[in-house]
Design a protein around this ligand. Sequence first.
Ligand SMILES: Cc1cc2nc3c(=O)[nH]c(=O)nc-3n(C[C@H](O)[C@H](O)[C@H](O)COP(=O)(O)O)c2cc1C
Length: 195
Amino acid sequence: MLSQVRILGLSGSLRRGSLNTALLRAASELLPADATLDIQPLHALPFYDGDVEDQGMPAVVLALKAKIDAADALLLAVPEYNYSIAPVLKNALDWATRPYGQSALDGKPVALIGASIGHHGTVRAQLHLRDVALGTNMHILNGAEILVTNAEAKFDGDLRLTDDRTREMIRQMLRQLVLWTRRIERTQHEVELIA
Ligand SMILES: Cc1cc2nc3c(=O)[nH]c(=O)nc-3n(C[C@H](O)[C@H](O)[C@H](O)COP(=O)(O)O)c2cc1C
């Protein structure tokens, strides 16, 4: 059984003032005792290009895949752009599935969080990410999505999450993600024993 559950956080926004990246930082303060969260920046990733892949996977992509492989679960912060997943995050997930047949996402437990300045809190982008999870065999935690609406009012000037209700929801979601990860790990172990 896993002693500590290692969670890797990826944010689909590159900007310094990102509310989604700030949500990941808030999550790192709200973890249960048996979990850790490492936030992996995506600034250095090139845009996916099959010609680049054919010349050999870039070192930065291999490093990202190694981080995902080493993580027990992913926490994805999903900005919503034009009703869908911000391309920075989708690009990272696309690279992580390459080369074909060697996806780092296969079987990975995942939780979703997202902040938007609008009234829908990234729900449309998160639903699209669930489609991506079907195609990549990621196991998304159900019923515990974090949808932060009107988000700029919920952080202070230092981008610290000040909204107590959202902080409590993230705390509970992280507890559920740890249980979900342990459950999937146990099931995968049992399947290996049978096979
Ligand atoms: C290209 C673009 C499209 C956007 N489309 C949406 C949208 O469809 N729904 C929404 O709620 N917010 C939308 N927004 C606003 C974002 O929610 C807001 O910029 C948010 O702060 C982005 O996340 P970040 O703070 O982590 O960078 C859009 C922003 C950009 C730049």
